[in-house]
Design a protein around this ligand. Sequence first.
Ligand code: PMV
Length: 358
Amino acid sequence: MSFFEIQNPLKENHDFHGHVSWKCPSNIALIKYWGKRPIQMPANASISFTLDKAYTITSVHYQPRRTSDKWVQFSFEGKEEISFEKRIVKYLSSITDHIPWIKQLSFKISSENSFPHSSGIASSASSMGALALCLCDIEEDIFKISDNSLFRKKASYLSRLGSGSACRSLYPQLAAWGTSSIIKNSSDLYAVPIEGIHEVYNNFHDDILIVSDQEKAVSSSAGHALMDTNIFAEKRYDQAEIHMKTLLNSMKNGDLHAFGKIVEDEALTLHALMMCSDPSYILMEPNTLEVIKRIRTFRKSTGLPLFFTLDAGPNIHILYPNHIVPQVTSFINKDLISLSLEGRIIRDQVGQGPTKIA
Ligand code: PMV
């Protein structure tokens, strides 16, 4: 059962129609969510930076659904996208118990991303976040509800049912998802914002160096499922909780090197778990390893707080504080960019969370 009130179905001859539009950023996990339980609940708590420049804008036009109407029409970057449309229909069908009124409307949904496909940025996080925000906004409009904190929580809950990590994208800067003894009010059902962190993280940088734009060898749902039979699974879930404690301490007191140690360990653990799964996957490319080696050499020789993390793919997220931008920029240009695919890098940073588009 939901933690929020389920709104009644609409009257049969209702005339609700309108248009909403939301911009929702993607996120990059610092403590990784890898492994899940039904329904779409995490095996361990995770935490992520909300990004700024990597976002999805989704617009939804809604009107009373007539029998002849198609329920959902979806276009991505101006073109009809039948495969995404099917995914959205499946998603909306799966959440009708929570928002029954969606069966009584038809939707024209259009979406665009600020970043290219297969770039190491989770488009499912930003797109599911944006869609869930639009749905909650429509509900507020139709049922004349206004409760800001519940609105975010509910959007986080609904986006989680579309893509687990999406639920963390709903908050500014830093958000955690999954029950943890260390995080007050944490939940497996939705993410919560994490406040009170050191100011050095407010505008932390995340430059994403693209080494490959090939489709992922394994989808994230198949990847999560591999944890069900991974012999290290239980140890990993314990480790994530210990990491969460150390990471949050380092983020409260601004200890960048303690922060970086955990973040890199998390990235390599994620990949190690995939390598020792059955079937096994190696998702790093030779240049991924070379970039990691060079980042570590740079850190050792300069003492500067430059770190990496990885998603379930070969592209590298390069993390560093704002005060070392000049040194990092020259290092990337001199030593890393030649290892990227066609010089591709997306320069992002920690952002302020979703916004409604007027
Ligand atoms: O939300 P999903 O099912 O796409 O899984 C995300 C998994 C990772 O990106 C590897 C880790 C995370 O916590 O975001």
